[in-house]
Design a protein around this ligand. Structure first.
Ligand code: IMP
Length: 196
């Protein structure tokens, strides 16, 4: 069995990713490897943060691993909140506060176009690879739905009439940013493991 750490404490991300990982890969959590500390994410890009989290685990705990970093980029706000999506409304990292601030900041604007961007950084056999998934859409005027997490209640993907928070996990995974990045990760891992 090939073992790989998914470096996150976000149970929603674990659910989404686990659903796309083939059975021959066993995902280990941070708890499984005895990591109970905060993993630094201090870089100025989404890619930089994903690599930083992955390298932290590899260097300190010695496990092959991957980490995801995600940002919501809103066109009318010049790409904000972007890499600062988690603490947009302050250090409390609260999803409701973040959404309220975003809805407020977008009020004067005609354009509501936005995209989610996920970068997954994989550290395996001492090499780093990255995989990017993008999902374009629009910011709604109000929150809709209870599924998912983060900004899901205010993001409607292009060509859909529901927000991510009104979709089931399978549909979000099929069209969403993280699902797209995970599919590339899985293709890469499948070809890598075939070589052994
Ligand atoms: P991080 O990747 O965990 O640093 O996430 C950055 C911010 O984006 C946090 O506020 C998350 O709640 C939010 N976020 C990450 N992924 C998603 C998603 O799939 N849907 C909605 N919000 C997300």
């Amino acid at each position: 069995m090939n073992k790989l750490v998914f470096a996150t404490n976000n149970l929603y991300k674990v659910r989404e990713v686990q659903a796309l990982i083939p059975e021959h890969i066993k995902l280990l959590s941070l708890k499984d490897i005895g990591c109970f500390e905060d993993i630094p994410e201090t870089k100025e890009t989404i890619e930089g943060n994903a690599i930083q989290k992955t390298e932290f685990i590899k260097n300190k705990y010695g496990f092959d691993c991957f980490a995801d970093d995600t940002g919501l980029e809103v066109n009318a706000l010049n790409g904000a909140p972007g890499v600062y999506s988690a603490r947009y409304a302050g250090p409390q990292r609260n999803a409701t506060d973040n959404m309220n601030l975003l809805l407020n900041n977008l009020k004067p604007s005609d354009s509501r176009s936005a995209q989610f961007k996920t970068v997954i950084a994989l550290s395996i056999n001492n090499n780093i690879s990255t995989f990017t998934g993008i999902c374009e859409g629009k910011i709604t005027k109000e929150k809709h739905g209870d599924e998912g997490f983060g900004y899901d209640p205010i993001f409607k993907p292009l060509n859909y009439n529901q927000t991510f928070a009104e979709m089931n996990l399978a549909l979000k995974n099929k069209i969403g940013h993280r699902g797209k990045a995970v599919k590339q990760l899985v293709d890469f891992l499948n070809s890598l493991y075939q070589e052994y």
